[in-house]
Ligand binder design. Sequence first.
Ligand SMILES: [Zn+2]
Length: 254
Amino acid sequence: MNQVIHCISCDKIFVRTPFDQWPEYRLDQNHPARAIQVMEKDDFKLFLEDHRGHQLEDLKILEDSYISEKPYYEPTKISYVKATNGKESFVIKKFREKIKDPLTYQLIAGDYSLKCISIEMEEEPISKQIEMEFRERPLSSKKVASFLKVCRHLIEMVDLKKLERAPGESTRPLEIYYKMDDFLLMYLLRNCHNIFKGEEYLEMERFIHRHRDEGVLLLKATYKINLGEKQERKKRTVIRSIPLEVKKSIEKKK
Ligand SMILES: [Zn+2]
């Protein structure tokens, strides 16, 4: 778990991770014989020295509040977590512009919420799966099209609050998969009665049951991050990995 220290006096934050205390190895130009020198580096100590005598507070990161517009493995993504000092809520924005850049953390007073912008059943995977599983006795393309049309109608009746999330994580945090509830399942089966008859209907019913919990018949909801920022507070930024010497020379130039 990351530890977040907030300097109230300067409105800056420090995100403490185990990486801060890794020593840095540098080539000593003046003494090539010694070649490599270990530079003891403790960013947290530097932060505390910079903010000696200031009013500091701990922020607690809210569990499971991580969110990002891009997949988890994307190195240059912007991500957010919720944090609190016990009284006020904050959002910590984490980002880097280029892969080589250090991570930048920004403290925003306020909260974020997720807004659903679309719900869909993924038609292409459904068609492909039907084609594969009904290889012995293929369904006519007209019937498949009718089935997809029923799926589209079904979407219009979805109430996300009533649905259960499907197991397994999506690599894209803003895409969440849900299972059909009994109401939607009944709607789908009832309408399939109008499209498929006899053995074909029974096959289709089995197909639906196979795919409703973790297969192609999940409902995909796409969300958007709504950042609710309190206007009266300024944004606070700290670039954690700037070495002390650089920081001092920046300050002198001001
Ligand atoms: Zn300070």
